[in-house]
Design a protein around this ligand. Sequence first.
Ligand SMILES: [Zn+2]
Length: 78
Amino acid sequence: MKIKDICPVCGQKTTESADLTVRFDKGDYEVIIHHVPGRKCANCGEQVFSRETVKRLQEIMRSHPAMSKRRIETDFAA
Ligand SMILES: [Zn+2]
C-alpha cells in the first residue's frame, strides 16, 4: 500500500512508502542498515521514518557500538 503524505522538508505531498537503506556516517566508521520501512519524497529525496522505526534504528545503533570495523552492515529486521 502506498501512502502519500506531506514531506516535512519541501512541503509537497509527494512521499511514498519505500524500502530504504539507511547509512550513518560516524566518522571513524559507518553503519548501513538495509530494508528499513519508511517513506521517501519523490520531489526532494527526503527519507521519512515513523517514531517506532527511529526507535528501532537507535536500538540497532546501540547494539553496534564503535568497533574496529570500518563498515557495519545489518538488516532492519535482523
Ligand atoms: Zn520533499
